[in-house]
Design a protein. Sequence first.
Lengths: 480, 459, 169
Amino acid sequence: MTMATNSAVSGHAAGDQEHASHGQEIAGHVILAPSAVKDKLVGTTEAGATRFRKWAIILTVLAAIGLLGLVLKYLQSSDDQTKWGYTAAVAAFLLTIGGGAPLVAVAPVLAKANWVRPLTRLASAFSLVGVVTMIVMIPLVAILPPLITEGARRRSIWFESPDWTPHIFIFLAMGTLLMAGLGLFYTTALPDFAAMRDHSTGRRQRWGKMLARGWVGTTVQWRTLRMRIGMFGTFYFLMLIYVHFLFTSDFAMGVVPGWRDAIFPMYHAMSSIQGGIAVTIIAAWAGRRYLGLEDYLRLDQFWSLGRLLFASSLLWIYFFFSAFIVFWYGRSMADIAWVDLFIRGPMIWAFIPAMFMSFLVPWWWLIWNRIRTSVNGPAIGAAIVLIGLLLDRIRIYVSSWAVPPDEIHDKYLKHIPGTVWPDVFDYMIIVGSIGASALIVMLAFRLVPIVSIWQTQEYQLLSKPVKYIRGHGVLVAKPD
Amino acid sequence: MQQRRVIDQVETNRVLLNGQLDTPKWWLPTVIGLGIAVIIGFVIIGFMVNRGLGVTGLSRPVYWGLFITTFVFWVGISHAGIMISAILRLTQAEWRRPVTRAAELLTVFSLLTALIFPLIHAGRPWRIAYWILPYDFARGIFPNIRSPLIMDPVAISTYLTGSTLFLYVALLPDLGNLRDRTEGWQKALYTMLALGWRGNPRQWKLQTVGGILLSALMLPIFVSVHSIVSWDFAVTPAVEGWHSTIFAPYFVIGAVHSGVSAVVTMMALMRWLWKWDDFIRPEHFDALARLLIVVATAWLGFTFLELVFALYTLDAPEIALRELQIFSWPWNMMFIVFLMTGYVIPVGMWLFKSVRNNIALMFWTSLFVNIGMWLERFMIIVPGLSRRTPFVYTWDSYRPSMVEWSILVWSICWVTFLMLLFSRFFPLVPLFEQKESQVFVDKIKIGRAEVPAILREQE
Amino acid sequence: MADRSILGMFQEAEPAADAMDGLARAGFEPGTFDVLTGTPYPEGAFGEYVPQHRLFRFPAFGAIIGFTTSILLTAGTQIAFPLVTGGKPILSLFAMVIIMYEMTMLSAVIATVIGIIFESRLPNMNPGAYDERITEGWIGVVISVDTTRAQEAESVLKTAGALEIKHAS
C-alpha cells in the first residue's frame, strides 16, 4: 500500500510537495515528506522503551494504591457521606479534564482550523480517562442518597422519577460518554491502525491489522470517516454537556439544601473545556520533549492552544462571577448560605488559590504574546490551571459533601460545616486515580502514534508556503 | 465557496459606492416616509412626557413593561456588531467581510435607541441625570454605584462609545476612497473625515493590528453589557423568575441569537435594495445560518436550564409562576409563538441547505427569530411582576397601551431611518475588506482538485 | 534643498516592487520611500520598510488611567455620600468592580483608537504626491527626496515601469 492512500484527499496525496525532504523549513513552515512522517510517527510507538517501562511500573503502582485506597475507604466509611468529598472532587476533576480534552479535537476541526490536526489524537485519547472516572464513581453512586429520604422527596432534577433514577442514569450517561469518546478516538485512528499494520512489526502489527478493519483508503472510506468524525464529535459534545448537567446536579447541588444555581452545570462544563485544553497542552509538551516531535508539535500549536487557554480562563471568571454576584446581591437565607459555604466557608483555603490558579495567574501569564508564542509558556500556564481546577473541584465537592445528610430537606443550609481535611485514603485515591489516568493514556500511545499520521499529512497538503511578490506567506486551504 | 467571481477595484468601487455616488431612486421617498413616522413617534413621546406615565398601561404591580422589554430587545440586537466583527475577525472567518460594517452600524444605532427607553420610561427623563451622573458636588449627593441601574448606563455608554470609535477607525480607508471619488462639498467633508489617509503599509498595518486589538478589547465589553442588563433583574430575589444565576450568559447568548438574526435580515435587504449580489452571496447566508443553528441551540439549552432549576427548588411561588408563563392565557399563546418563532421554525428550516442559500427564506426566518426574542424578554419581565404575591392587594394584569405600541413601532422606524441616512453618506459594505479578500484568497491545487485557500502572513 | 514628493504610478504589483527594490539599491534611505495601495497587501509584499509601532502601549496606558479614575470615582463618591442600601457595605468591592471594569475598558478602547490614529501618522495635513486611482487598484510608489536627487529617483521609477510620474512639494 502506498502512502497516497493514507492521506485525506482521496488518493491525490503528494501533489505539489513530492519534492520535499524531511524537515525542510521554508519561511517558518516545515515541509515533511509523507514517508518521513509515517516513519517518524510509527516509530514513536516504540520510542524510549526503557523510560516507558519505568513510568509504566510507577504509574501501575500508583493506580494500585488508588484502587486499594478506594476499597479501604468504602469498607471504613460507606455509611458516612461527609467523608466522601475528596473522592467526589477527584471524580469531578477527572471528568473535567478527561471529558473536556476531546473537545479540543472536535471543535476547531468543525471550525476548519488546520493547526489542530496534529493534536487531535492527543486530545481524543483523554476520553479513555472516563474508565478511571467511572471506577471512582462506583462508591459515590452507592452512597448517594435515594430520591425519597426520610419519607419525603428531596430536591433533584429527577422530580417524580423512581428512587434509583440518578444512580442508574449517571452511570448510563457516563458510559455513553465514554463510548462516544472511544468511538471518536477509534474512528480518527483507523487510517493510522492501517499504517501500523503496514509498517510496524510484531504485536503492534497484529493489533494494527485487527483494528484497521480492512482500511485501504478508498474515497468512500475517507468520506465515511469524515462523516463519522463529525457525528461522533457532535454527539460527544452534547453528551458531555448532559453528563456535566447530571453530575453537578446529583453530586453537588442535590446534596446541599437550598442551593439553586442554574449556571453551575455550564460553569462546570466550561471549566471542563479549560481543563481539557490545559491537559492537551501538557501532553503535547511531553510528547514534543520526550518523543522528539519538534517538527510535528510546533510553536503554532502551542500558540493557538495558549490563546484558547487564555480565553477559557476569562470565561472561567465570567461564569464564576455571574453566579457569585447573584448570590452576593440576593441576600435571601439560601443566598447567604451559598456564600458562607463555598466562598468564605470551610474551604476558603482551596478557594483562594483556585481563584488565583484558574484565572488570575493564567490570565496575567498568557496575556503576553511572547509567552504564548513559546512552548514552555503555555505549558506552565496549563500546569497552573490544572492545579487550580483540582482545588476548585475540592472547594465545591468537599464543601457540598460535608453537609450532613439529615439536613437535606431544609429550605436552606442552616449550619455551615467545618473544614474537612483529606485522610490517608483520600490521598491514595487522588494520587492513584491521576496516576491511573496517565497510565491509560500512555498505554494508548504504544498502540497508535501520539500524533495522527494521516492528519499530519493532510495538514501538510492543506498548507503550502508561497512567495507573494517580495514577501512570504503560507496558503492555508479550507476545504468545504 | 465557489460562488465568488473576481471583481476589480474599479468595479468594486462603482457597485459598493452606489449609495453615495449614485443614490437609488427609492431612497428619498423611503427616508421621507420614515422621517414622518419618526417625527410622529417623537410627538407621541412628547405627549407621554407631558401627560405622564398614566397614558401607558403600566400600573400596580407591573411597573416594568413594554419599554423595558424593548430596551432589552434593542440592547440584544446591538450584540450583532461585535459578534460579527470582533469574534469572526479574531477567528479569521473569511465570510465576515461584507457584513462587518453593517453589523457594527446596527450596534451603534440600536444602542442609541435602547438608551432612549429607560429615559422615557422614567417619566421625567431630565431627572435621570440626578441618579446617573456623579456631578452633584455642591450637595454632596452621589449616585449609588451598588445599584445595577447605575452599572447599566455605564456599561451601555462604554459599549456605545467603543463601538462608535471602532466603526470610525474601520471607516478610515473607505473615507479615503470616497474622498477620491467625490467633488465639491462632499470631497471637503470626506477629506476632513479621512484625516489624510493614503494607504501606505504603516497605515494598513495599523488598521489590521488595531482592528484585532480593538476586537479583543470590545469582546469583554460586549459580554459585560448584556450581563449587566441581566443583573437589573437577576440580583433581586423579590421577583420570582428573575433571581437566577444563569441570567448573564443566558441574556448574552440570546442577544447574539437575535443580533445575528437581525444582521441576516439586514443583509437580505442590502442585497435586494442596493443590488449587491456579487458581494453579499448565498454562501454568506449559509455560513451565518450555520452559526445561528449553534447559537440558537445553545440558547435553547440555557432556556431549558433556567426552567429546570426554577422547578428544581420545589418552591410553590416559583412553580406557580411557571404555570402562569406556560399554561395560562394569554401567556400560553405567547409561549408557543415564542418557542416556534424563536427556535423551532427558523432552526428547523436552517437545517436544510436549500433554505440557508435562499435569501427570501433567510429573510423571513431571521425576522421570526426577532419576534420570538422580543416575546422572550416580555415573558421574562412581565409575568414575574404580574403574579399575585402576598401583601399586595392591588394588582392588575398588564396591557400595553396604544402609546407604548406606537413607541415600539417608532423605535423600529427610527433605527431604519438612521441606517438609511448613514447609507447615503458612507458605504455599508467595507470596500477595503472586499478588496483585501481578493488579494488574500487563493486556491491550492491538490491533484485534480482546487481547494479554496487563504494566504496567511508569517508570524 | 526643499523636499519633493515624487509618485510613480503602477498598475501591477510586480513592477511596483521592482521600483521599491530599485530605490533601495540606488541608496535612498529606507523610510523615505513608500508604497501606496488601495487595499492591504501581505506584509513585506513589496519588500517595503516594515514600520515599527508602539500601539500596544496605548491600551495599557489607557487601562491604567481608567482603572485609577474608576477607583477614585467609585470609592470617592461612596465615601462622600455614605448611604447604606440593600445591607451592603459602603465600599462594596463586587459592585465597584463592575464599574471599574467598564471604565478601565472604555479608557483602554479610547486610548487604542487614539493610538491607531497617532501611530498611522494621522491626521496628515500635508500628504504629498497622491493619485486618486490608488483607491481604484493602482499602486503608487512615493518617495520624498530633496531636489538634488529628484531626477535620480524619477528615473528609477521610470526604469521599473512607472506609467505616470507625479510631483508635489
